[in-house]
Design a protein around this ligand. Structure first.
Ligand SMILES: [Zn+2]
Length: 81
């Protein structure tokens, strides 16, 4: 019975050690997740040239965004090749 008790305690210690490693390991915090709290400026796509610009710097016309006044005046360009 001595061997059985030894194996029993080895199993208990191994399990405790595994749990300790599991919980003591620092949870990986992604820097991207932290940055989401400070919401970045939303990007919009120019309907004429397709470039992505911050919405603060974009111009809106008929619920569509343009990167510049010139592209706003030229209007959306068809994506047909
Ligand atoms: Zn543009």
């Amino acid at each position: 019975m001595g061997l059985f008790r030894l194996l029993f305690w080895i199993a208990i210690i191994a399990g405790a050690f595994w749990l300790w490693r599991r919980f003591s390991r620092p949870t990986p915090t992604r820097p991207e997740a932290q940055n989401t709290s400070a919401q970045p400026a939303p990007m919009v796509r120019c309907q004429h040239c397709g470039v992505h610009v911050p919405r603060d710097h974009a111009l809106a016309m008929d619920e569509q965004w343009y990167c510049s006044q010139a592209h706003l005046e030229q209007g959306p360009r068809n994506n047909e090749r």
